[in-house]
Design a protein around this ligand. Structure first.
Ligand SMILES: *Cc1c(COP(=O)(O)O)cnc(C)c1O
Length: 471
């Protein structure tokens, strides 16, 4: 060894890195198609990454939904599927896992998160009521609206500023709640639609202190709180890391305590719960459960499978347990932070602080010269794919949709491209490749031009909209 390699070696010895708490048992090969092929694929997809074929994608950060790698225990559980139409063993395992880890009394399974949102919205919202929440989520708000409700954003103002480093940007602003109740009356508030690590704000958490205060406020006014628990485990991690008094509590303890301040929760199990498909809805009130149990039969399936196969319920029951293991959550969020810190070192504009499940690139910061009705975040998402085969998702003006009253684009303050990290799928080396791709696109930002929308679906337009470059 030369003296310089010896020196490097010595430095490495004094370092203490973390590593993913798993080793790989089966691999799925991936490869990158060349730039001309990517350009053709992008054009065929109407510059919408939702319309690309996955075979044309190299590193897929479209979503962390249903893209997790299951553990060997979960795969073993799949073999234990009890495919009885009614009363499957796996249903009882799932019910117990939800009760043990989230603490709610009654549970109905659903095929995925939006199935649960549909049932809850139809059961708990009366036409004309307001549904306050800590920033909208696409499918959640649509189900509020389909049930005749109006979503009211009551998140703290800091959440709309990508550079504000508030540690709990997902918090509810109680003054906004107070103003709403004064304006419409508590009887016209269906419930608070509270989300853990707020996706559209950049994966930003809610503090325990905030949910406690919200509970007190709602108790005074007789208003229920339902939790979008989709990424509540990651929220619990941020409480452990950032809030006084929780450093020595486990993720599992924090999760259950937080849920204890709410009346029920719905879940897209495709996220935190480490399965490829599934969801659930859980509540404490028996009468509400009874109504949900009746409705699930109409839209999802019998109340003991709700659209899932027995084997899927088994994998989910095991996934719930694995999801709250501290070393898993630490490395899951750690991967996201690692990518975020690389980008911050290069002064690339991203939402700060770095969130739990994804990096959100600030497209307004990349392309101040592209007006918001030429969809800067859609542009950035397309450029990143073109450069490197990395697939992200638009979370800006296209996702926000049109205001149902005025028919105009909603022009959200946050115009973002999301790079969501699937759980237990990619390594740190993949994160390096992604960071370098983002830097290349950032360096070419001044030459980049906007997009025009040439096909626009009525609901959730971001999934299927098509675009063409403005020359
Ligand atoms: C994904 C998601 C949903 C909807 O769940 P699906 O399983 O995709 O139907 C709801 N809320 C949040 C916060 C989500 O991320």
């Amino acid at each position: 060894m030369t003296s310089s390699t010896l020196k490097t070696f010595g430095q490495q010895l004094s370092r203490r890195s973390w590593a993913e708490p798993w080793k790989i048992k089966a691999v799925e090969p991936i490869h990158m198609i060349d730039r001309d092929e990517r350009a053709r694929a992008l054009e065929e997809a109407g510059y919408n990454t939702f319309l690309l074929r996955s075979a044309d994608v190299y590193i897929d950060l479209l979503t962390d939904s249903g893209t997790s790698a299951m553990s060997d225990r979960q795969w073993a559980g799949m073999m234990m599927g009890d495919e009885a139409y009614a009363g499957s063993n796996n249903f009882y395992h799932l019910e117990k896992a939800v009760q043990d880890y989230y603490g709610y009394k009654h549970m109905v399974p659903t095929h995925q998160g939006r199935g649960a949102e549909h049932l809850l919205s139809q059961t708990a919202i009366k036409p004309g009521q307001s549904v306050p929440g800590n920033m909208y989520f696409t499918t959640t708000r649509l189900h509020h609206e389909l049930a005749g409700g109006t979503f009211i954003d009551v998140i703290i103002d800091e959440a709309h500023d990508p550079n504000n480093e508030h540690p709990f940007k997902g918090n509810v602003d109680l003054e906004k709640m107070e103003a709403l109740v004064t304006e419409v009356g508590a009887e016209n508030v269906a419930y608070v639609s509270l989300a853990g690590t707020v996706n559209m704000a950049g994966g930003q958490p809610v503090s325990m202190a905030n949910v406690r205060e919200l509970r007190e406020f709602c108790d005074r006014h007789g208003i229920r709180i339902f939790l979008d628990a989709t990424r509540m485990v990651e929220n619990a991690y941020f409480i452990q890391q950032r809030e006084d008094g929780y450093a020595d509590k486990s993720i599992a303890e924090i999760l259950k305590k937080f849920c204890g301040y709410t009346d029920g929760a719905w879940m897209s199990a495709k996220k935190d719960n480490l399965v490829n498909i599934g969801g659930w809805l859980a509540v404490n009130n028996f009468d509400l459960f009874d109504a949900l149990r009746n409705l699930v039969v109409v839209f999802e399936g019998l109340h003991t499978y709700g659209g899932m196969a027995g084997r899927d319920m088994e994998a989910l029951a095991i996934g719930i347990e694995e999801a709250v293991e501290d070393d898993h959550v630490h490395s899951r969020v750690g991967q996201v932070l690692y990518l975020g810190e690389l980008l911050l070192d290069w002064e690339i504009p991203i939402v700060k602080p770095v969130g739990g499940h994804a990096i959100f690139l600030d497209a307004k910061g990349f392309y101040p010269h592209i007006p918001q009705d030429q969809f800067p975040a859609q542009v950035l998402t397309a450029q990143l794919y073109l450069d490197s085969g990395v697939r992200g998702m638009e979370r800006g003006n296209v996702s926000a949709g049109r205001d149902p009253n005025t028919g105009d684009h909603r022009y959200p303050a946050l115009e973002l491209t999301r790079l969501a990290i699937p759980r237990r799928v990619y390594t740190q080396a993949h994160m390096d490749v992604v960071a370098e791709a983002v830097k290349t696109v950032y360096d070419a930002r001044q030459q980049t031009k906007g997009l025009e929308m040439v096909y626009e679906p009525k609901d959730l337009r971001f999934f299927q909209a098509r675009f063409t470059p403005i020359s």
